[in-house]
Design a protein around this ligand. Sequence first.
Ligand SMILES: [Zn+2]
Length: 548
Amino acid sequence: MTKLNIFLICFIIALKGFCGEINQNKEFQAFLDEYVFKLADKSKSANLATWLLETTGSKEAASLSSSLNTELNLLFNDEATYKKLIAWQNAKSITDPILERELNVLIRSFKANMAPKELLEEISKKESELSSLFNNFRVTVNGKKFTDNEVWDVLQNESSVEKRKKVWEASKELGDVLAPKIIELVKLRNKVAKFLGYANFFDMQLELSEVNKTDLLKLFNDTAEKSNDAYKKMMLGIDTTLSKKFNVKTDEIGPWLWKDPFCQEDPIALQGMDNYIKNVDILAVAKSYYNQMNLNPDAIIKNSDLFEREGKNPHSFTIDIDRKLDVRTLCNIKPHIRWMNTVLHEFGHAFYELGYKVQLPWLLREPPHFLTTEAVALLMGRQSINPLFLKEFFNVKDEEFLKQMGLSLARTELIFSRYVLVMTEFENELYKNPDQDLNDLWWALVKKYQMVNMPENRKGKNDWATKYHIALAPVYYYSYLMGEFFAAGLEKKLIEISHSPKIWNPKSGEFLNAKVFYPGDSNSWDKLVSDVLGEPLSSSAWLEEFAR
Ligand SMILES: [Zn+2]
């Protein structure tokens, strides 16, 4: 065979390979055109039903939402399609990076749904049932019903230890109602995970979210260790202050003396802030804050449901209805600093959704991981207690008060980090063995990380089950702390590029849009974090800022 012939054969083989790749790209694109059209349509209907359910709590909406979400899940449940996707992946012939990422996203979305249909339907039904129970539960003490906001009011302002304890205990009664249902759900989720070849649901969720479990637990353990001294020192101060404030011995301090039902917020935060906020229009402040970043929340506000109402979900969340422009936020705004935080937080999520590059395909118009959108939301939310923010938007001039607010922010971060450590280890253990004494496990972790003792009469209760996320946003909480770490790195970056300690400025807005929002899900979260920060995710900026 002449050299020329060999060359020709090679050329033909190469050409064939190349044409094959073009064909595969085309073939996959044709599949996407048809499939994503159906997916986008069903997803929009399901989101609208979810919105109706969360804003009304109605039974009809619950059943509509449940059936549409099941139908949506079923779009990821077709084995023949999954096999086709795997074949495309194995052939390694999808060469376009955007198509390749879409394939990766689809495979991970399909995988969780490649379980028997009845099992998935049962899970979806149980989740809707739990959601409705959460929405309609009201804390009751001596026949008087309390909304979530009223429970918070008591924990924020009540001076009678006895009354606080009663309300706190009543808020935990929900746990006994929910616990057996949650355990059933956990076992069903584990069944799915095992069917798909994972040890349990916790491991499956992490892997399908592109998070390495060993790395995650190492990052959290290291952070716990490095912040332990700062946390211990802070807790000494907290115990002394609470003991004086409520006139009890330090060993009589119970979680009801904290300012929230889960000991996840600063219990000695200054009370005075709500005086400053009493006559402030929280929405107007949020608007002005974002306007300074050249981000306009008018469209978000127009689509949202922002004030408290009977039957409505008492929490808050943001939902991108159609991955186009219909982004909505649910809040229950009251004149409290925590609602200032929440509105800034939720709008942060909303701007993230609105900031994707226009040309991005539907499948990639989402964050690569919850943690990247949480980072933005957390960073925005926490500005509400930043002394510079308070000076500018609430006209606070008292320097000592501002200094105390700064210290409170550091406490808030440390306390919240500990709560996430509890949640993460709890969920890891819960999915390993849902039949163990979960209440004992919960309180052992609360003791280990939060350094809060289990009160005397809690044995045999189900306090763990009152946390919404355990039932309905499983294996999600860890992303808040990873989000905090990314937020700290991001804040450092924004200050550096805008040469301003106030991050609400046009350069920050531009950076967030261009570097953080714009790429959507076109790469994995760790690539995005490295691109934004110039280094992989770590807790160093966070430790530097809050655990000194
Ligand atoms: Zn959030």
